[in-house]
Structure formats: C-alpha cells, structure tokens
Design a protein around this ligand. Sequence first.
Ligand SMILES: [Zn+2]
Length: 310
Amino acid sequence: MSYILKQQLVPGGLTNNPNMPLKSISYVTIHNADTYNLTANAQASANYLTNNSQGSQASWHYTADDIHVMQSFDDSQECWHAGDGAGPGNTTSIAIEISTNWGFVAQGQTQAGVKNWEQATDAEKAVAQTQFQKACDNAAQLTADLLKKHSLGIEKVVQHNYWKSSKYPTGKDCPYAIRKQLFGTSWEWFLGLVKKYYDGGTIDMGFQVGDIVQIVGADAVYTNGVPVPASVKNRPFTVKQVNVDKLLLAEINSWVYSKDCQLVSTPVTPPSTDCVPKADYDQVVAERDAQQQRADIAEGKLAHIKAIVE
Ligand SMILES: [Zn+2]
C-alpha cells in the first residue's frame, strides 16, 4: 500500500444525510470530484464533510488524491453520492471520490474562479497529469483493498454513471475526467490498475469466451444505457467476447455488464478426434479382428472335436 490512509470520521454522521447502515456492501462506486481548485485535495474534501457538507445532501466514504486517502465514514455507513435516492447506488455501495485539484477545469467543464482548460499552460497540464494519474492509482489500490476486505469481485467496481435516477436516466457523467479519457486515463485503464493491485494482475474475470451465461441483474442495462428487457433475462446466451467488465453475448449482439450476468455452464472441451493416430487405430482394429478370427476357428475346432467325442 503506497497511499497514506488517514481517518477523519464525521462524528455522528451528517444532519442532512442518512445515519443508517448500508443494506449491504455490494459495490465500490468511483467518482471524480469535479472541483478544480489547487487546494481541493483529499484533506479539503474530508474537511468539507466534517463541516456537514456545508448543509448539502452529499457524502462519500473516501477521497483519494496523489498522496493521501482520506476516510470520512465507516465502510458500513450509508452515504449519499450516487444520486439514486434509496436506490442500490446509495444503499449498497462504498463511494470513492478521486480529487481533480489541478488548478484549471477539465475540458468541457466550467467552474467559477478557476482557469479554463484552454488557459492552462503545458507545464501546468504536465503537473496535473502526473498528479491525476497518481490519484487514480491510489484510488485503484484502495478499491482493490476494499474488494478484498468485503469479498467482492472486480466486476463490482462501477462508475457513478452506472446508477440511474429520474434526474439522470442515463446516469451522471461521472467520473468525468476518466470517462473523457483526460491525461491518458480511461475506465479500462483504471480497472487494469485495480486488477493489478487485486492480485498482481492475474485476476480471473470470472467469464470467458464460450461460457453460457444468463442476465440476472434486476437493473441490468446494456452498456449504452438501454434497459435489458425481461424477455431477454434468465435465458442462456453464449459469451462471444470479454472486455474487462463487460460481455458481448451471441444473439443479443450488445454488450452487457458482467456483474449482471450469472454463469450457467462452461463448455466441456470435446475429446480430440485425432488422439489416436489413424495407423495405430487401424492396427488395433486389425489385431482385434484377427483375435476374433482365431477365437472363431478355435470354437469351430472345439465343436468339431465335441461332435466326434459324442
Ligand atoms: Zn459522482
């Protein structure tokens, strides 16, 4: 563990937030802080939460920057970060915010009092890139630690975008910087880091091409956000492709999240048809026939002798 974990737990929870335990610890949800001041690091996030989120209904468990991971709530506490009210995002997942304290906003974003992306110098962007990649790296290590601690598979790491609500029917555009692949990051890159820390990069994603799976997730959506219809669920489909956290299924020809799938069966490797060379096979058959012939002759002779004796 190369990040420095510091606890600054919010005593007694927040007045505007639920002070109740999670229904279950089933997911880890990744966010980007989208606060771009140079001073908006993990410590500042923790201070914001200790300060009762300045009265807003927002809370999360951990914030990672390039040096620290600050923990503000116990893993088992419900926080409000997914925007889905009493839905599974808020009630069954641990939230990690990744700091974006670059001193200028992300491409396509605006924030009062902070420089735009276009105003940042190349030197500032180089510093921000190193800083952001390290913050993501720290968050990935923390994610791997949490997966192991709570016996979860890597398919349980989701973007904030995964959780839908009436306000964001296709999910919020978060973690924004990772989704926009800024500074050489991407969601696949991030999950790759998580896998690396989970067990040295050899984690079995659980599914492989040829497996028969069925879609069982109650809120299952295709990766384009369209809900999977009930008529498609609980039916066997063959896995055509596997890509980190999603599967391409035959017949459907759409990508679905592997966390929504359940294994039905793994194909049994058929016996090889050329395990016995043809020449050997022919020889075995010839010997068998010859033995049978000798047996027939012997039986014939025996019958003949019997007939004479009797
Ligand atoms: Zn978010």
